[in-house]
Design a binder for this molecule. Structure first.
Ligand code: SF4
Length: 210
């Protein structure tokens, strides 16, 4: 097994070939929908968010629409994503700021996005990355697990893992890299029983069990 600096390039190339469809799993049709879906995805699955937003995005098309109904109604409309009280409050606060400070548009940088009420750094990173301005590597549970197994980090804390990954991964791949690991984590490198025998990274992975 070579050093991680030598393994990262081939690993990304092989994952790219193995998962050409790797992309964000949230279904959205605009920058506003992207922001809302990512905000709703905290503490729940993308599948669940997609189920809710299918209806939601028909009713709420502009930032003003989120403020035009009582908060109680918005809570009901996003109830199934969980933490609906906090999320409804965050959505309305965010929409107000978009209207007042950004002319109703979604800002593109992490610095601007984290100013929006209820938008955490992770949410901001995902949105900025999807809008073509990744300012870091998004670390979720799959990214953490695979980075550790592949020996790209020894840390457990997402902030420290991200620090390791931004040093290792070329900047132009910061946006794609998490998607590759997420899809590989869902399809092959499963949490409990990784399918090492079917893995394209088997000769690059210190944790391979074959
Ligand atoms: S070889 Fe096994 S542990 Fe390593 S990335 Fe592939 S599935 Fe995961």
């Amino acid at each position: 097994m070579g050093p991680k600096r030598e393994r990262i390039g081939p690993a990304i190339a092989r994952l790219r070939a193995a998962h050409p469809d790797a992309a964000i799993a949230l279904r959205t049709g605009s920058e506003l929908e992207l922001l809302v879906a990512v905000m709703l995805s905290a503490q729940t699955t993308d599948v669940n968010v997609n189920r809710v937003t299918e209806q939601l995005f028909r009713k709420y098309r502009r930032p003003e629409d989120y403020l035009a109904v009582p908060e109680e109604e918005l809570r009901r409309d996003i109830y199934a994503t969980g933490f609906f009280r906090q999320k409804a409050r965050a959505l309305r606060g965010t929409m107000r700021m978009l209207i007042e400070e950004y002319d109703g548009r979604v800002p593109r940088t992490v610095e601007e996005l984290v100013r929006l009420p209820g938008v955490a750094r992770k949410t901001a990173n995902v949105v900025a990355s999807e809008l073509g301005h990744p300012q870091g590597v998004v670390v979720d549970t799959h990214v953490r697990r695979l980075s550790q197994r592949l020996g790209f980090t020894r840390h457990d804390d997402p902030v420290k893992i991200e620090r390791d990954l931004v040093r290792l991964v070329a900047r132009e791949d910061w946006g794609l890299f998490p998607h590759l690991l997420i899809w590989h984590g869902r399809r092959v490198c499963l949490a409990r029983a990784p399918r090492c025998e079917n893995c394209v990274l088997v000769d690059l992975c210190p944790a391979a069990r074959v």
